[in-house]
Each structure stands twice: as C-alpha cells, then as structure tokens.
Design a protein around this ligand. Sequence first.
Ligand SMILES: *Cc1c(COP(=O)(O)O)cnc(C)c1O
Length: 392
Amino acid sequence: MRYSGSFSLRNLGKSPVMQLFSDKLLFTPGPLSTSKTVKAAMLRDLGSRDTEFISRISYIREKLLETAGVSKEGGYEAVIIQGSGTFGIESVISSVIPRDGHLLVLINGAYGERISGIAAVHGIPQTRLVYAENEITGTAPLRAQLEKNAAITHVAVIHCETTTGIINPIEEIGKLCAAYGKTFIVDAMSSFGAYPVDMPEARIDFLISSSNKCIEGVPGFSFVIARRDSLELAEGRARTLSLDLYAQWKGLETDGQFRFTPPVQVLLAFARALHELEAEGGVKGRAARYARNNEVLLKGMQELGFRVYLDPEHRGYIITSFYYPDHPDFNFRDFYGALSQRGFVIYPGKLGKTDCFRIGNIGHITETDIRELLRAVRDLVSGYAITGKTNE
Ligand SMILES: *Cc1c(COP(=O)(O)O)cnc(C)c1O
C-alpha cells in the first residue's frame, strides 16, 4: 500500500510516522520518490568502522558491479564517493586526467556544460564539441576532432542528458574512442539502473552515477564503476585530496572503510534500494516499469494537447520535456503551484530560447501515480483548450 497524498487534508489525522511517508510525489530528475522501506532502512545508528557497516559497504560495491553487468574478476571496480552526483563527476575529471592530458567534452545540455565547467576550474585543457539540445552527440564531429587533435587523451559524454531527456549513443562513441586509444568517461547519472549498459562493449573506462537516481535511494553519495587498469593509472594524478578517486578506491580496498565520514544512513537505504531493484527484476524489470509509465504519460499529455520537445527517435523514458501550451492563459508558475498543491512536483526547464517544463518518470512511481498526475493536469488545463498539434 502506498501513501501518495499531498500535505493537505488527506494527511490530517495520520500519525506523525504516516505523515512522514505521505509526501508529495516527485516527478523530477532527482532526488526522487523512494519506497517507505528504503526510507525506513535509515532509522538506525551504525559505527562507520563497525563490522556490520563494513560488510554493508562491500555488499553495495559488489551489487553495483553486478548492476553494471561487470565483475572484479572481469577487471572492474566500484568506488563510492561522498556528496551528490557532481562530486563523483568532479572526482573522475580531477583525478584521472594527467597534467599533460586533454579532455574532449561532448555537450548537448546543462550536464555536458557542467563537465566542461569542472575541467575549467581545474585548469584541464579541453575541447568542447557543442551540439543543439535536441540533437544527439553524433560521432562525425568527434571523429573529425580525434583525427586532427592528437593532444586529446580523454573523452566525456552524458548518457541521458537530463536537461531534455535525450539519450546519447554511448556505444558508438565508446567504440570510436577505443579505436583512437582514448579514455572514455560517461556520466550515466540519470540512466544507470534503468538503461542496460554493456560497459565492455561500449568501451567505457569510467561510468558515474549517484544514490538518488534510478537505483531509488536517497541523496548523499555518487559512485564510479571503473576499469581497474584505467583506475590504476590515476595514482598521483588527483588535483584535490577529498575527491582523489584512486585514494578513495585504495582506502575501500585496504580496510573496507571510507577515508572520511561516510553517509551511513544513506548507504543503509541504498543497500535496501539495491535489494528492491533486484526484486523488481533488476535493470530489465525497472526499465520495463519506467518505459511503461513513460508511455502512459506521453499518451495522456498528448491527448491533452501538450507537445513533446524531442523527436521520438531521440527520446528516452527517464524524463520528458514538454513545450508550454501555446495559450495566453497558461502560466507555468501557477501550473506548477497548483500541481504541487495537489501533491505532484514537476520540474521547470528552460531550453535555449524555448519554454519547456519537464516531467520525470523515474523513482518509486506507479502507473496509477502517473494516471493521477494526468487527471490533475487535465483539471488544470480544461479551463482552456490547448491548440497545439502533437509531433507524432
Ligand atoms: C542528476 C544529474 C547529475 C548530478 O547532479 P547532482 O545535483 O550533483 O546530484 C549529473 N549529471 C546528470 C546527467 C544528472 O541527471
């Protein structure tokens, strides 16, 4: 049984614990709605150097490799880094590129820009390949760069660019990088756990995601799945102490512990979330639920006259960008506020000069939740007819 009511009348009279589990539903790119069992797993105190906690860390690292379809025996490692997803990205970018290295960043949204920003702060030489936000990071410009710029040592791309929800072709990009002997870094923050990735096939050296996206844990850490031989090369390359990826890995390997205070409760919740992922049928099972929810959402929104920003062939099932309706009565702030009051939190999102909003469908969300959201949207827009055509 789920408690998906808003803070309003429906919660009055419920016990404080029930109210705790009766939050608004989050249709955002994270943090996301989580199950109450995941939240309940946090109601403990454990010593960070206690044997029970250490075995929990080891379980998590093992399950992360399994979720990525790789293993220690196959030459891969899982490293956990305190902080939000960006800390994991910054850990990789600032730890693995040598002083004489050069990063090529493929950019088609805000998260690609963020990687470029991280490289700039650390003074890492970079080449930026900027694409339109509604276009995938195709390989032709990359090939041209790799041909003419021998200084490039590393290439970074976003798998699901959460700005729009577009899915970039990481396998093709990875194969091209491998052909030119470049190290390949993938920000799979909003896709890991919901899109199957074949790391060896896609020739990925470093893949980054975080606790509060498709694994459906709570925010507090990110993790890196890395090829061990690529990780070993990072020794002595770090530009910071706390985000030193190699040192973090060595710490976890040596005594199973974190170098600095770990987010204990977040890790406990994450262990539970991994268990629930497995119970759902792993990445395949989760992908099926998200894809189905996305299908219901798209169909429902299009029936209400909303137009989808991305062309069908580029869309993923993680998050969807919708144009503002072309109607003088539509005001996003009011729309957002009214939905929020009904217990549904959506996400704003300005794309270049285009006014869009986004609806995420990752997290502990059921098809019923999607239908309830659609009903609320319908109530709000029924006052005026939306005239837009769908782009199907
Ligand atoms: C969520 C996300 C991040 C990390 O954001 P944080 O706020 O630092 O957790 C990075 N890249 C992508 C593609 C994301 O969706």
